[in-house]
Design a protein around this ligand. Structure first.
Ligand code: F6P
Length: 539
């Protein structure tokens, strides 16, 4: 049945009309917030993660209706189909089994190949970390360069940054993704080829950016004294198409395999995470997998109303489809999670940035909101002004590790206080009357500027500590949230046809630039852009 015809959807529409303008401040007022309090009713804990979702524009009835929606949209069946390895990506006729990569008992047809590849990765990582694997001059590897883009970059980069205190201090980690040569050149200028290992990661081994960077890096190695016969000591590949990696010049025994049933943005659990495995070591990486597996279990077994990914997904639907919120923001209060917003951008927007339903019809409702964000407290001094007083409501996910990973203990209460104060201020706001009472007579005229509407929703997601285990669980939360939302929107979260057109057109334009001819078939704007570039630049 079409989404908007579901009984729960109609009921949520009516419910929104009834409570959409009510203020959370009133719900939290002492006289109304009796036992159990909102905070008690709307807090969940699992896998070292505590989610306080009480500062949302929901009542108990909202939650019941959202649960009804999840049932009517067959969310449990979609979840089970994914875990069972059914074809949940019909436009590519593929399963999506990233969960099998971290399962203790993966589905039978996959178990042996997953184990085999994991053992190869661990064996290789141990050789590099124990300095048995050496460069062509006999020196141990000191620098790892991950060449990849999108899912072949964002995941391992995010992990290495987030868990850096656990990384091998003898290894310096570098990530090159952009086809802008400045990216690769900046990294190469810091490296000694004799002690560098490049990990070339591409599921397809055809991606323009990655292939261009890999080729340039190969030349750099050859031009800086690495004999062709010893290139193998400096190059490994990760791909679902090993023949292409071998054709590129990587030794077959140094190609690590992934499979078509692992989507790029869901792939950090596979050999795509090799750079992170090299840096963090197998023990920590295994804990990451275990944390995600524990969250998988929670997602499969916890009742929907106590289920972390389900709650986050349904709150997202509530704001996107009923309040019309065009975006939501991720605010990790941890410098270590600097790359987490970018990681989630790909996960959610490449997955659910679709407007065609599984049956080929157009969705007559909004799908994924824009995902954006920045670490706190930095964001507070950039765009939080807009979150507090802008004309658009932007729900926020605050993510906060509670245990500091550093020794500057006096910083930590300041960090925590800022995080809690932001969600409090967004929720409470400050009325005009309260503002007028607060300021002196000379400031009465500017009181409207000092007033905050409040009623701005947020989730606070606290990790006991930022460990491989909790990080694995946190990533899995958002993966499953993405699946739940896709199921409700009736779209396929596992394909990404939207990136294809630009790729095709860029090949044509690149040819124009290189041959210095302006193809008259282009529109006048594109013709003018190419002509202008050819006048200004020397290619
Ligand atoms: O951006 C499109 C995309 O296909 C992503 O889904 C993927 O993670 C990225 O490009 C890189 O692809 P590959 O791993 O095949 O190089």
């Amino acid at each position: 049945m079409p989404l908007k015809s579901l009984a729960a959807w109609t009921a949520l529409d009516a419910h929104y009309a009834a409570i959409g303008t009510e203020h959370m401040r009133d719900w939290f007022a002492a006289a109304n917030d009796l036992h159990p309090t909102r905070a008690q009713r709307f807090t969940l804990e699992s896998c070292g993660i505590t989610l306080d979702f009480s500062k949302n524009r929901i009542t108990d009835q909202t939650l019941q209706l959202l649960m009804q929606l999840a049932h009517e949209a067959c969310v449990p069946a979609a979840r089970d189909a994914m875990f069972a390895g059914e074809i949940v990506n019909p436009t590519e006729a593929r399963a999506a089994l990233h969960t099998a990569l971290r399962a203790q008992n993966p589905p039978a047809p996959y178990a042996a190949q997953i184990k085999h590849e994991w053992n190869r990765m661990v064996d290789f990582a141990n050789q590099v970390r124990e300095q048995q694997w050496r460069g062509h001059t006999g020196k141990p590897i000191q620098s790892i360069v991950n060449i990849g883009i999108g899912g072949s970059d964002l995941g391992p980069k995010m992990l290495c940054h987030a868990l850096a205190p656990l990384g091998d201090p003898r290894l310096s980690m570098h990530f090159v993704s952009n086809v802008d040569g400045a990216d690769l050149q900046r990294v190469l200028s810091q490296l000694d080829p004799a002690t560098t290992l490049a990990v070339i990661v591409s599921k397809t081994f055809t991606t323009l950016e990655t292939m261009t960077n890999a080729e340039s890096l190969r030349h750099w190695l050859l031009n800086h004294g690495v004999p062709e016969a010893k290139l193998g000591q400096h190059l490994v590949g990760v791909t679902a198409d090993p023949a292409k990696a071998v054709q590129f010049g990587i030794l077959p025994e140094q190609v690590f395999k992934i499979w078509d049933w692992v989507g790029g943005r869901y792939s950090l659990w596979s050999a795509v995470g090799l750079s992170a495995l090299l840096y963090l070591g197998p023990t920590h990486f295994a804990k990451l997998l275990a944390g995600a597996a524990q969250m998988d279990q929670h997602f499969r077994e916890a009742p929907l109303i106590r289920n972390l990914p389900i709650i986050l997904a349904l709150l997202g639907i509530w704001y996107r489809n009923f309040f019309g919120a065009p975006s939501y923001s991720i605010a990790p209060y941890a410098a270590a999670l600097r790359y987490f917003p970018a990681y989630l951008q790909q996960l959610e927007m490449e997955s659910n940035g679709k407007s065609v339903c599984l049956d080929g019809s157009f969705a007559d409702y909004e799908t994924v909101p824009i995902v954006w964000g920045e670490t706190g407290t930095n964001g507070q001094h950039a765009f939080f002004q807009m979150l507090h007083q802008g004309s658009t409501m932007v729900p926020v996910d605050f993510i906060l590790p509670l245990t500091p990973e550093h020794e500057l203990a006096h910083h930590h209460p300041k960090l925590l206080a800022n995080c809690f104060a932001q969600s409090q201020a967004l929720m409470l706001g400050r009325t005009l009357e309260a503002t007028q009472q607060r300021v002196g007579p000379d400031q009465q005229a500017i009181c409207p500027h000092l007033t905050f509407a409040g009623n701005r929703p947020s989730n606070t997601i606290m990790l006991d500590a930022l460990t491989p285990h909790t990080l694995g669980a946190l990533i899995a939360v958002y993966e499953h949230k993405t699946l739940v939302q896709a199921t409700i929107w009736n779209i396929n979260p596992f394909d990404q046809w939207g990136v294809e057109l630009g790729k095709q057109l860029s090949a044509v334009i690149e040819n124009d630039l290189v041959t210095q001819t302006v193809n008259q078939a282009h529109d006048s704007s594109t013709r003018a852009l190419i002509a202008h570039a050819l006048r200004v630049t020397h290619l």
